[in-house]
Ligand binder design. Sequence first.
Ligand code: AMP
Length: 304
Amino acid sequence: MSVLVVGSLALDTITTPFGSVDNALGGSTTYIAAAASYFSAPVRVVGVVGGDFPKKGLEFLESRGVDLQGLEVIEEGKTFRWSGRYHYDLNVRDTLFTELNVFEHFEPKIPEKYRRSKCVCLGNIDPALQRMVLDQIERPRVVVCDTMNYWIERKNEELRKTLKLIDVLIVNDSEARLLSGEPNLIKAAKAIRAMGPKIVIIKKGEHGALLLTEQMIFSAPAYPMENIFDPTGAGDAFAGGFVGWLGRTDDLTEENLKRAVIYGSTLASFCVEKFGVEGLTDLTYLQIQDRFREFRDLSRFDED
Ligand code: AMP
């Protein structure tokens, strides 16, 4: 199935305990599309950048076979910029600034050939823009949506409207608590499901992820990593691996959703091993399969 991704393309300024970068290629779409491209083709992108967006950013996405027809370039505008600083506990990050720039007046226009995309991933952008995308396409097989505290706090009403239209919401634990007003994650997921999405995925950083539907709770382990270099994009790489796998298989059964969560976790683990998008640059099928199997072995045990 074709996968349509909408979200930010960004220049990120990141500081971790191990180093820092200025204006590195980033943004939710960049990570999602790169991760999804390991499973699905074509991966189609809708977004906007300014004239300052580096050519090598576009070349990177093209090298992953990503279709950029839906990417608007506003020559006189400035690309979205975000800056974050990670603590020694890499689960904790402060946003230093968010400059919407060309995103402030962005109105997504979906190219004709994108309108029958079967799998849609709404990356982390203004929930009103996420809905504008859904308004322009035929009902896909599955709509996966990501968001973050920035939108939960600033655009709560818009987000509530978007949640009614999606199938899967992917958030981290603190976002799930913030959105639902529930400290307990199981209750939080229940409250979020009542807002619209039938399937909720709660990421818990280095402690794995929960997949919750009406019928089941699946707890995915985290890959035990000795060297985490830069956690930026882990959540988006997770979403990309998840949606890419659904796009490849066109199978929304419980067992396949679980596999999609593990493929998402696999891509996220590769992402954080290097700075920025570097960890998603040239993985092989074998590397991905090997790590996918390692996930299975992590929590398999004999009954007696
Ligand atoms: P993650 O680490 O998966 O949460 O994603 C980090 C990426 O999200 C970075 O590359 C940022 O450019 C992008 N980002 C951060 N804040 C926002 C925001 N408010 N809207 C859109 N994208 C954002």
